[in-house]
Design a protein around this ligand. Structure first.
Ligand code: CA
Length: 224
């Protein structure tokens, strides 16, 4: 699965590209409207992150063109224009979602995942860490190509750790992933799921490790 990032602020574009790749999204970065137009007609992307203020044109016109040719590709608009009129205009032009700069990177990832999870969208990708593979569409984990059964909650934890491979996932992120906004979560609930997942992964020979960073969160790494 490959994303297209269209953002003329080089620093921000590189930050996004790097972060998204770490989160499991391969991506291409383009800085101009004309390059974006060419790429979008030549390549099939899973989603586009589109800045509106581009040096050679307005992202909104690209967005209108995409929708004009009935291309259903999810588009997340990224912009400094935060007024209600701007947002409504963006959504009317066919944006699926809208993020106003500055934004938290975690929020961008969460929104992208939500877009890609919509029916008809291709999260037909798989996440890989060492010999562990997770198919995000069938929600099935494989170790050395053999399917392995995890509970739904273990799968949810596995997915977020794999998406953020090599990066710390806060306890809060795991909690949100598992329980949403449910209240009264037992204080050790997350540790319990992590512990179970860790044990199962070890038992079936997955060459990955889940480290606990005390007071910070968890991180999955390849076990070399
Ligand atoms: Ca810009």
């Amino acid at each position: 699965m490959r994303l297209l990032i269209v953002e003329d602020n080089v620093e921000l574009a590189e930050l996004l590209a790097k972060g998204l790749q770490t989160a499991g999204f391969e991506n291409d970065v383009l800085f101009t409207a004309s390059d974006a137009r060419a790429a979008l007609t030549a390549t099939r992307y899973a989603a586009v992150i589109l800045d509106l203020g581009l040096p050679d044109g307005d992202g909104l016109s690209i967005l209108r063109e995409i929708r004009h040719r009935n291309d259903p590709i999810p588009v997340l608009v990224l912009t400094a224009r935060g007024s209600v009129d701007d947002r409504v205009g963006g959504l009317r032009s066919g944006a699926d979602d809208y993020l106003v700069k500055p934004f938290a990177f975690e929020e961008l990832v969460a929104r992208l995942q939500a877009l890609l999870r919509r029916p008809g969208q291709l999260l037909g990708s798989s996440l890989h860490v060492a010999n562990l593979v997770f198919d995000t569409e069938s929600r099935q984990a494989f170790i050395d190509d053999k399917p392995h059964i995890f509970s739904a909650r273990e799968v949810a934890v596995l997915e977020i750790l794999m998406r953020c491979q090599g990066r710390v996932v806060s306890k809060r992120q795991v909690e949100d992933q598992l329980f949403g906004f449910a209240e009264n979560i037992a204080s050790n609930a997350i540790e319990v799921y992590i512990h179970r997942l860790r044990k199962q992964l070890a038992d079936c020979g997955a060459r990955v490790q889940i480290h606990t960073m005390r007071g910070v969160g968890y991180i999955m790494t390849e076990n070399k």
